[in-house]
Design a binder for this molecule. Structure first.
Ligand code: GYE
Length: 316
């Protein structure tokens, strides 16, 4: 027979793998944060624990070009499903069209993509509503300021952003900025990306403190790793994190919740990285031709001093 030639309706055209097994190629965007390494571990563990799954894993070190070549590799190897956690929102049309042309379904993990007709280029997305997370942060801050009798004061916010152009950054920023618009006495006086890493979070916070020092009342930091770095920077200039500067963070790592207990972080909006099982289940369903949801949302809450005890220890 001639492989791949003249598909006349016979089944199992993809190498006879109609046996409930699936090979998944996963392009992880990097290892920039504790959230990310927990996500990677969740995917790897879920694959290991599932005898129907073979996982091929690739770490792109926060570079889109590495993700694009990883996806091309997976296409060449003829995997059954490609999973990708896209580092930024734009620029995926070409490579995902290549996957589509090769009849390989794509699952987006964690972050989302934008662009012309991109909805046709993936089967399912599994992640969190990042905009909603930003809204939660702003709402928490409103309530907290009210409780503290500070809701009429001028509030100057320093905003540490995640990787520029990632859906996590875009969504969280949108949510926060809506809150700023709704509160006439709030102002974002510093705003810069710390790329979701602890080291850059510290560096950028140092710069914020240098230029706006005593004016900063609130730090909103788009992930816990940057927050940890920022706390260090704040302490190094002799200020008290959590008191001199109210701190709101994202993710909900065990380390961050410990900082809530210690009074250095005031609130953390949860973002759950443990999507491994959902990804495997979705991949197997897609492989066997079952319908899957276009969007699968991971549930999440918010942590502060009122509920931190009952939520520790965290699984990541
Ligand atoms: O918040 C951050 C990570 O995309 C939700 O990426 C994810 C974010 C997460 O580096 O820690």
């Amino acid at each position: 027979f001639l492989a791949g030639c003249g598909n006349d309706g016979g089944e199992a055209s993809s190498g006879g793998k109609g046996d409930g097994q699936a090979t998944i190629g996963f392009s992880q965007l990097g290892a920039e944060s504790q959230w990310r390494t927990a996500n990677t571990k969740s995917v790897q563990d879920a694959a290991k624990n599932n005898d129907k799954i073979t996982l091929k894993f690739s770490d792109a070190q926060q570079k889109q070009e590495n993700q694009i070549s990883a996806i091309r590799n997976f296409i060449q190897q003829g995997v059954d499903v490609i999973a990708v956690a896209p580092v930024v929102e734009t620029g995926w049309e070409t490579v995902l069209t290549e996957a589509k042309d090769a009849n390989i379904p794509v699952i987006l993990v964690d972050r989302q993509i934008t662009g012309k007709n991109v909805d046709d280029l993936y089967t399912s997305w599994i992640g969190a509503d990042m905009k909603e997370e930003g809204v939660k942060a702003a709402t928490w801050l409103e309530d907290y300021l009210k409780e503290q009798g500070k809701d009429q004061e001028e509030i100057n916010i320093a905003h540490l952003q995640g990787t520029t152009g990632s859906s996590a950054q875009v969504g969280r920023t949108e949510g926060l900025e809506e809150g700023v618009k709704a509160n006439k006495n709030w102002k974002i006086i510093e705003q810069q990306s710390g790329n979701f890493t602890r080291a850059e979070g510290k560096e950028v916070m140092e710069a914020f403190l240098k230029s706006s020092g005593d004016k900063i009342n609130v730090l909103v930091s788009e992930n816990d790793d940057m927050t940890m770095g920022a706390i260090q920077a704040i302490e190094e200039v002799g200020k008290v994190p959590g008191e001199d500067i109210i701190i709101v963070s994202f993710d909900g790592t065990n380390d961050a919740l410990q900082q809530i207990k210690d009074g250095k972080i005031n609130a953390v909006v949860e973002c759950n990285p443990l999507s491994g099982e959902d990804i495997m289940e979705t991949a197997l369903k897609i492989k066997s031709g079952e319908d899957v949801e276009k969007e699968i949302f991971v549930e999440e809450g918010i942590f502060d001093e009122k509920n931190v005890e009952e939520n520790m220890p965290r699984p990541y």
